[in-house]
Design a protein around this ligand. Structure first.
Ligand SMILES: [Zn+2]
Length: 424
C-alpha cells in the first residue's frame, strides 16, 4: 500500500476512535452517581469521587472486587416517601454484645458463673430497651464491610481507605457485632437458648428450655431473633436490611450445632453426628445471610492472641477456616477474642501473626474499647478498630460513655444482683 493511502486510512481510523471516545464520555456523564438516588448503595458511594479519602486515580477505575457489598439497597414501598440519602463521613460507632440472657433467674442464681454472666452479658429486657433507645437516638445499622475498602495507592500498593457512607438524612451509622454465638456447653441450663433453627415460616427461631424445663421455640430470646423482629417493625433502623456481624469460634461448633472435628474421637457415631449437625446448620447460615447477617472469625479456640506463638495462631486460623469458614464462607473480619491484639500490639507494629492473617485475606481487625477508635494501617492493607462493649460491666460502671446509645439507669435489669455495685 502506498504511504499516502496508508496515512489516509490511519487518519480515518483515528477519527473513528475519537468519535467512539467522545460517545463513551457523553454516556458516562449520564451514569454519574446521583447523591440523592435512593438506590445508591454505600458501596457505590465508595466509588463516588470524594476528595478526602479517595486518591485521584481511584475515581476513574471500575469497582474492585473488595469494594463490592452484598447489602441490597433500601427498597421503599410504592406508598412510602422517597428516601433521601446524604453523604456521611463522620464517626461510625461500633457496639458489641454476647448472647442475651433469656432467663435471668437462672443466670443470676449464685452459681460459679454468675459474676461472668453479670460482667459480659445483658438480659433480654435490657437488650430490647437498648435497641429501642439506639433507634430513638437516630442510629441506623450499617455493614462493617461497607465502612472501609481496599484500593491501590500511587505506588501500586494495596491499602485500605474509609468510604463515604450514604445514609438517610439525620441518621448516625452504627455497626453491631455479636460474639461467641455458639451456645457453648457451659451456658446450658443457665438461662440461655440452645440453638438457632429454621422455623416453619422459613425464618430464624431459637430453641431452649425455660426454668421449668419445658422446651421453648421462640423469637424472643436471642440477639439474632430479637433484632430480626425489631427491624421488621422498624425497617429504618437498618440500611438496606443490614443486621449485624456474628463472630464465631469453632471449638464447640457454631450457632448451637456441634460441627467441630474431634481428633480424639474417630468413631462412626461421632462422624455421623457431626455430618448431621453440619447439614442442619447450613440452612440456618443461608437464612442468616439472606436476612442481613454476616460473619467474622473470633479465632477457633477463643485463644489469647497476646501471648500465643506464631505457630499456635497459624494452626488455630487454619482450623477455623477448615471447620467454620468452610460453612459460613469468606470473611475479611477478625474480631479478637478477649479483645487482645495480634502479636500483643497491632497499633504500633505489624507483627508476623498480623501479617499472616492479612495474607489470609483478613482486612478489618477489631478489639475492644470504651470509645470509637480506628487506625488505618499505613504499611499494609488493614484497618484496626475498637468496639464498645454493651454488657454488665459498662452498665454498672460506664453510664456516661454509653449515654449516646442508652441510659444504663433506664435499661438496667432489676434481676441483676445488687452485690456487684454500680457507679450511678
Ligand atoms: Zn469472645
Amino acid at each position: 500500500m502506498p504511504i499516502s493511502k496508508r496515512t489516509k486510512k490511519l487518519a480515518a481510523v483515528i477519527a473513528c476512535l475519537l468519535f467512539v471516545i467522545v460517545c463513551i464520555a457523553a454516556c458516562g456523564k449520564d451514569d454519574d452517581p446521583d447523591l440523592n438516588d435512593p438506590l445508591l448503595t454505600s458501596s457505590d458511594a465508595a466509588d463516588t469521587p470524594e476528595p478526602a479519602d479517595t486518591p485521584p486515580e481511584e475515581t476513574a477505575r471500575p469497582p474492585e472486587p473488595s469494594d463490592t457489598s452484598s447489602s441490597a439497597p433500601p427498597s421503599p414501598s410504592p406508598s412510602a416517601p422517597e428516601l433521601v440519602l446524604v453523604p456521611y463521613d463522620g464517626v461510625v460507632e461500633h457496639l458489641f454484645f454476647h448472647e442475651v440472657i433469656a432467663y435471668p433467674e437462672l443466670a443470676f442464681n449464685g452459681n460459679a458463673m454468675e459474676k461472668g454472666y453479670d460482667d459480659n452479658m445483658v438480659t433480654v429486657s435490657e437488650y430490647n430497651k437498648m435497641l429501642e433507645s439506639m433507634y430513638a437516638n437516630g442510629y441506623i445499622l450499617v455493614d462493617m464491610n461497607d465502612v472501609w475498602s481496599e484500593y491501590s495507592n500511587d505506588d501500586w500498593q494495596r491499602r485500605m481507605k474509609k468510604n463515604t457512607l450514604m445514609l438517610p438524612e439525620g441518621k448516625k451509622p452504627l455497626i453491631l457485632s455479636f460474639d461467641d454465638i455458639s451456645f457453648y456447653e457451659y451456658m446450658r441450663g443457665d438461662g440461655f437458648m440452645e440453638k438457632l433453627i429454621i422455623g416453619e415460616d422459613g425464618d430464624i427461631w431459637a430453641t431452649g428450655y425455660d426454668p421449668a424445663g419445658n422446651l421453648v421455640v421462640s423469637q424472643d430470646y436471642t440477639v439474632v431473633t430479637i433484632l430480626d423482629k425489631f427491624i421488621k417493625e422498624h425497617p429504618d433502623f437498618s440500611l438496606g436490611g443490614v443486621k449485624g456481624c456474628i463472630a464465631l469460634t469453632g471449638y464447640e461448633g457454631i450457632l448451637g450445632y456441634r460441627t467441630q472435628y474431634d481428633k480424639n474421637d474417630d468413631s462412626n457415631e461421632f462422624r455421623l453426628n457431626r455430618m448431621k449437625e453440619i447439614a442442619l446448620v447450613r440452612p440456618v447460615i443461608q437464612r442468616l445471610k439472606e436476612t442481613g447477617w454476616y460473619f467474622a472469625t473470633h479465632s477457633y479456640g477463643h485463644i489469647n492472641l497476646h501471648n500465643a506463638s506464631l505457630n499456635g495462631v497459624m494452626n488455630d486460623a487454619q482450623r477455623w477456616l477448615d471447620e467454620v469458614g468452610s460453612l459460613v464462607g469468606e470473611t475479611k473480619l477478625f474480631i479478637y477474642p478477649f479483645g487482645s491484639r495480634l502479636d500483643g500490639d497491632d497499633v504500633n507494629k505489624t507483627g508476623p501473626a498480623f501479617k499472616y492473617y492479612q495474607e489470609l485475606g483478613f482486612r478489618i481487625f477489631a478489639s475492644v474499647g470504651i470509645e470509637p477508635y480506628v487506625k488505618i494501617k499505613s504499611d499494609i492493607a488493614a484497618v484496626i478498630c475498637d468496639r464498645m462493649h454493651a454488657d454488665g460491666i459498662t452498665l454498672r460502671k460506664s453510664r456516661d460513655s454509653y449515654m449516646k446509645f442508652y441510659d444504663a439507669k433506664e435499661v438496667f435489669d432489676p434481676m441483676r444482683k445488687d452485690k456487684y455495685g454500680k457507679s450511678w
